[in-house]
Every structure is written in structure tokens, then in C-alpha cells.
Write a protein that binds this ligand. Structure first.
Ligand code: HEM
Length: 345
């Protein structure tokens, strides 16, 4: 009897403590799978050869531009997530097609800050009216956020508020994607297809008030919209808000400062930066080099004498596979709100 009780207690302790140890194991496993499928020759950044001080230049280098070729898991990953992965921006190799798609994404996203703020405010205000805030209940933060971003990105793309049924279509697809991605449920392709059909009809009927990538067919244009604006955007923003809420909930001093200084945008930016640095949404990014690359370390933030002059210059040959895991890039978690990274622009 005592053995059974001990086993049950041990099992409960293991299950109960899983929020602390499980995520690290899952991320380590994912990185190992990536390394195995994409080939052992992947160059880890930052790592012994390429350090944090080289990172910014390397990431921005025009020859660090190959994306999916040779990245077997990426093919599978995108096929699973979106219809038409071959036209998803993250999957396109550099060239006219990539430029066409990336330009369209930027044009749809580029709105004046005041306009975007007004849009989000209206969307959130209307959504709060729908929620029954009087009755306390358990919610999954990510799911609570999804209708907000479904409505917001629908407005960016269609220039009008989302009809309730369409918003649900978008939320159902996004929820299905992220549930499957976290391996807590199966992917339901009927849910995905319903949204694709809706977008294809919108493209065919000229309901999208933006020029869509001319190098894509109508079907590919619908896939492009689904992949970027109704899949990636909704999932990423809802997850990002969830990370932010959890960080703010655990840091009463940050809560207080945000409440007392609602217009202090730089402070809010620091909180966002440090939240995503400490709790990144992405597991890993990768690149395949299209030419030899020579990079000199940026030692602006480095203690004097830490590097010898010869150690600052590195070269990476053509066709190297670069792997950039999203664990805190300098390996040092810090309090969100206290900036430890410099900003590029
Ligand atoms: C806080 C929210 C977000 C985070 C943390 C995030 C993070 C990232 C990261 C890490 C990458 C990969 C970069 C690389 O491979 O070097 C990426 C790529 C991308 N994201 Fe996001 N993202 C967010 C929101 C969004 C939204 C809202 C959209 C669309 C409206 C979007 C669309 C894209 C696209 C199209 C790419 C591919 C870019 C390219 O390779 O040209 N993301 N994102």
C-alpha cells in the first residue's frame, strides 16, 4: 500500500511540476530534431564560432538569404500549417516572387500609427462589450485574444469590420493551427479549407481592396492571405499577448508603472522587448548562405580586452546552414522592463 501511495505522490509531483521542466525539454527536443533533419553541418548562432557580437551583421547580410531549400522540416511544417506553403513568405527563396509577396505584405501592414491605434481601440472596445465580464470563469488567454486579432487583421485586409461568422471562421482556423502546433490536438483540414474557400471567393469577386502579388494565381493569392494574415498574424499576436499578460501578471511593479504612466511608450516598448527576448514565440530561425560571408564583430558593448583583433573577423562559406535558436540570445534572462539589448532602429 505504502508503495502505491509513494508512486501516486511521485506521479502527482511530476505532473504538477511539468509547467517548469516540460517546456525546456520540448524546446531541446525540437532543436535536436531540426539539427537531425536539416543536417549536422548546421552552424549554431550564437555559438563558439559566431558569437553574439557577430549576430546583427550576419543576420542582416544580403548573402544570409536562403530560406527553405535543404530545410526538410520546414517544408513539412508549412505544409501542415497552411495550404499553399510554397507561396508563404517565410518559405520563398530570394527572387522576384519573394519580392512581390514581401512588398504586398508590407503594403497591407503599413498604416499610420494613429490609425492602427484607433482600429485596435475600437475592436477591443466592441469585443469587451460582447464578453460577460460579470461572471468569473476560467479562460485560456490565447483563445480570449484571438477574436481581437481576427477582427483587426480582417479590417487591415478588407478595409471593413469582420462579420461575426467570418471572424469565427478565422478564429476556428487559427485555434486549430496552434492547438495542433502545440501537439494538444489534431489538425482539422475541413476547418482550414472553409477559410481558404472564403478567401478564394473574396479574391475572385474583387473584394480585396489591395493589389495582390501579380506573380501568384488567384488560388495562390488566397493561400498567401490565409498564411500571412489569417494564420501567422492571428496566432503570433494572440500568443504574444498571452506571454505579455503572464509577464505583467507576475511583476506587480511593472503593472503599477504601466498603470501610472499609460503614455510612457518607451517603457512599454522595453517591457515588450524583454518579454519576447525572455519568452520568445519562435523556436528557431534558419538561413542558407548564398555566398561566402565575412563579418566583423561589433564590440561596442564588449568589455575591453575580451577579444583579440583576429578573433573579431569570421568567415562563413557559401551554402552554410545557419541555425538561430530563439532562446534568450545573450543567455541572460532579465527583468522585463529593464532593457539589456540595444535596438536597431
Ligand atoms: C509579436 C508578434 C510576432 C513575432 C514575435 C514574430 C516573429 C517572427 C520571427 C522570429 C520571424 C522569423 C524571422 C526570420 O526567419 O529571420 C517572423 C517572420 C515572419 N512573420 Fe512574424 N512575428 C510576429 C507577428 C507577425 C504578424 C502580425 C505577421 C503578419 C501580419 C507576421 C508575418 C511574418 C512573415 C510574413 C514572416 C516572414 C518574413 C520573411 O521571411 O520575409 N508576423 N516573425
Amino acid at each position: 500500500m505504502a508503495i502505491i501511495v509513494c508512486c501516486v505522490v511521485a506521479a502527482l509531483v511530476v505532473i504538477g511540476s511539468s509547467p517548469w521542466w516540460l517546456p525546456d525539454i520540448v524546446i531541446a527536443l525540437r532543436n535536436r530534431i531540426f539539427a537531425r533533419i536539416n543536417g549536422p553541418e548546421g552552424l549554431l548562432v550564437p555559438g563558439p564560432q559566431v558569437t553574439v557580437e557577430h549576430f546583427r551583421q550576419l543576420y542582416a547580410h544580403p548573402a544570409a538569404d536562403g530560406r527553405s531549400k535543404g530545410a526538410g522540416l520546414s517544408d513539412l511544417f508549412w505544409y501542415w500549417l497552411c495550404p499553399g506553403p510554397q507561396v508563404h513568405q517565410e518559405h520563398l527563396e530570394p527572387g522576384p516572387r519573394y519580392d512581390d509577396v514581401a512588398r504586398t505584405t508590407r503594403k497591407i501592414l503599413a498604416r499610420p500609427k494613429t490609425e492602427v491605434e484607433a482600429m485596435v481601440t475600437t475592436v477591443v472596445r466592441d469585443y469587451l462589450k460582447e464578453l460577460d465580464l460579470q461572471r468569473p470563469r476560467a479562460v485560456r488567454l490565447r483563445e480570449l485574444m484571438m477574436p481581437i486579432w481576427a477582427d483587426f487583421y480582417y479590417q487591415l485586409v478588407f478595409d471593413e469590420p469582420a462579420p461575426r461568422a467570418v471572424r469565427q471562421l478565422i478564429v476556428d482556423n487559427a485555434n486549430d493551427v496552434i492547438t495542433a502546433l502545440k501537439c494538444t490536438g489534431l489538425r482539422h483540414l475541413a476547418v482550414r479549407d472553409r477559410l481558404t474557400r472564403f478567401l478564394r471567393e473574396a479574391v475572385d469577386n474583387g473584394r480585396i481592396p489591395h493589389p495582390l502579388p501579380a506573380s501568384l494565381t488567384a488560388q495562390e493569392q488566397a493561400w498567401f492571405l490565409q498564411g500571412t494574415f489569417f494564420n501567422t498574424a492571428i496566432v503570433q499576436m494572440s500568443e504574444a499577448m498571452t506571454h505579455l499578460f503572464l509577464v505583467v501578471a507576475q511583476n506587480p511593479d511593472i503593472q503599477q508603472r504601466l498603470r501610472e504612466h499609460p503614455d510612457d511608450d518607451p517603457y512599454l516598448d522595453h517591457v515588450l522587448d524583454e518579454t519576447f527576448r525572455n519568452y520568445p514565440l519562435f523556436g528557431i530561425a534558419h538561413r542558407i548562405t548564398s555566398a561566402d560571408i565575412a563579418v566583423t564583430a561589433d564590440l561596442t558593448h564588449c568589455p575591453p580586452g575580451q577579444y583579440s583583433a583576429s578573433a573579431t573577423q569570421i568567415s562563413i562559406p557559401l551554402a552554410s546552414r545557419i541555425r538561430i535558436p530563439s532562446s534568450p540570445i545573450d543567455g541572460k534572462p532579465s527583468a522585463p522592463g529593464r532593457r539589456t539589448t540595444s535596438r536597431s532602429g
